[in-house]
Design a binder for this molecule. Structure first.
Ligand code: UD1
Ligand code: CA
Length: 462
């Protein structure tokens, strides 16, 4: 933050997030809809936090509890909440925080919970502009080729700010104006709450408009400045699902372009890849079409991720092949492993170097150590499997007795025969072999061959 600002009044951020968002046609409050993997409100609180304000006050109403949770998850105790029980307009939303802010003698930055793309730098510039202008209120505006739906910034012949009119209240002439109100403002706290007293719901919607405060300040001889920003995309408000999808697309394209240009990742078809902005991917990794990479996933160098794979909050080393239609969630895969096709790794599955998991294999909360293979049709749950072990086709760790989960331990260099049932808790000793179709209910000592139902030691191998 510039010295100028810090030397001035303290900063409070007020985020309006009480509305349902009728145009979303949803039962969920608009600010809870997700963009790039996190709710809209989280994007806005994150930007607010970066300004290092004294407080972030969120006006909540619809699904207040969930909105509060989402804000707290992002910025913790820095956020506090005021409830606007009935949504009577943006002016009324700000009114709800009167007791907290009116006498704070602070700068109040007003943000909208549904304007998630705003950049921190832009907010800093707005604050600086406001301070330099010595205004009571500064409006962040942009010019849009198609301003439909937004409030228009109306200036007098000299270019000075006069008022903001909503689309539905505007005259034909006013509708021609392409400069729109972003819904983001800086106010001196006292001027804001003084002005709000004069706001009346005399408009097409019968709502209390925050925008009227600016006009009231001008009318009372106060200063209203406008900070005209040149990047309209940042202040697009999300009002419909179509807009949400458009932004999702934009975020995704930006992330993919960055991965190509800065990280050296190959996308076979960038328009059909779904990559979170938080994902990191290493050089010369190849991403095939229709791959989804979500959350804070990290993928190393020289990997190949084939079509239909979904990788969520996972960590992959180098030179890994993930074959088609595999799902990897909250898991770790070390270098030189191969996974899939049609494999499912979840709940902290760990594959150590050179392990292989093949077709229709599910690995849940299990570790496969170096060089171990489970190639076909297998379920490994709550299991620890040693090095160089081979798990035959159709093997199942029977880890659940209907009440509790139990562990299976398979030591190094074991050969588990096809269709073995390992009834946990159970341990298979090093270098042992289970015959095809065995049902192993007791621990198997090392160097033994067990067969049958239930499996018994047939012979010692050494
Ligand atoms: C508002 C502005 C408009 C501007 C546009 C920019 C007003 C009157 N109009 O219109 O000039 O161009 O934003 O995006 O301010 N909210 C509440 N309580 C309420 C009403 C709204 O918390 O009673 C919250 C909403 O949840 C939302 C934000 O305020 O996050 C903006 O409200 P919205 O109804 O979307 O305003 P717009 O019609 O977009
Ligand atoms: Ca809006």
């Amino acid at each position: 933050m510039s010295d100028k600002h810090t030397s001035q009044k303290p900063l409070n951020v007020l985020i309006m997030a009480a509305g349902l968002g009728t145009r979303m046609k949803s039962n969920r409050a608009k600010v809870l809809h997700e963009l790039g993997g996190s709710p809209l409100i989280a994007h806005v609180t994150r930007a607010a936090q970066a300004l290092d304000p004294r407080r972030i006050i969120v006006v909540v109403g619809h699904q207040a509890e969930e909105v509060e949770k989402a804000a707290l998850a992002e910025v913790g105790e820095l956020a506090s909440f005021v409830v606007q029980a009935k949504q009577r307009g943006t002016g009324d939303a700000v009114e709800s925080a009167r007791s907290v802010l009116e006498n704070s003698d602070s700068l109040v930055l007003v943000l909208s919970g549904d304007v998630p793309m705003i950049k921190i730098e832009t907010l800093r510039n707005l604050i600086e502009h406001h301070n330099n202008a010595g205004a009571a209120c500064t409006v962040l505006s942009v010019r849009l080729e198609n301003p439909t739906g937004y409030g228009r910034v109306i200036r007098d012949e000299s270019g000075a700010f006069q008022k903001i009119v909503e689309q539905r209240d505007a005259t034909d002439d006013e509708r021609q104006v392409k400069e729109i109100n972003s819904g983001i403002y800086c106010f001196e706290s006292r001027d804001l709450y003084k002005g709000l007293r004069g706001v009346e719901p005399k408009n097409d919607q019968g709502e209390y408009y925050l925008t009227d405060v600016a006009e009231i300040i001008v009318r009372n001889g106060g200063g209203v400045a406008v900070y005209l920003h040149n990047e309209p995309r940042e202040v697009y408000g999300i009002n419909s699902r179509a807009e949400l999808a458009e932004f999702e697309n934009l975020i995704r394209r930006t992330a993919i372009r960055k991965l190509m240009t800065e990280s050296g990742v190959t996308f076979i078809d960038p328009s059909h890849a779904y990559i979170s902005a938080e994902a990191q991917i290493g050089r010369d990794t190849i991403i095939h079409p229709n791959v989804t990479i979500e959350g804070k996933t990290i993928i190393g160098e020289g990997c190949v991720i084939r079509s239909g794979a979904r990788i969520t909050n996972s960590r992959l080393g180098d030179r890994i092949t993930v074959k088609d239609h595999s799902v990897i969630v909250d898991s770790q895969i070390d270098s030189n492993c191969s996974v899939g096709p049609f494999a499912h790794l979840r709940m902290n599955a760990v594959l150590e170097e050179k392990a292989t998991v093949g077709n229709f294999v599910e690995v849940k909360k299990s570790r496969l150590k170096r060089g171990t293979k489970a190639m076909h049709l297998t379920y490994l749950g709550d299991a620890t499997i040693g090095e160089r072990t081979n798990i035959g086709a159709g093997t199942v760790t029977c880890n659940y007795d209907g009440v509790n989960k139990h562990e299976t331990i398979i030591e190094d260099d074991v050969k588990v025969g096809s269709d073995t049932m390992l009834v946990a808790p159970v341990r298979v000793g090093a270098r042992s072999v289970t015959g095809a179709g065995s049902v192993v209910t007791k621990d198997v000592p090392p160097d033994s061959l067990v067969v049958g139902v239930p499996a018994e030691v047939k012979k010692k191998l050494k």
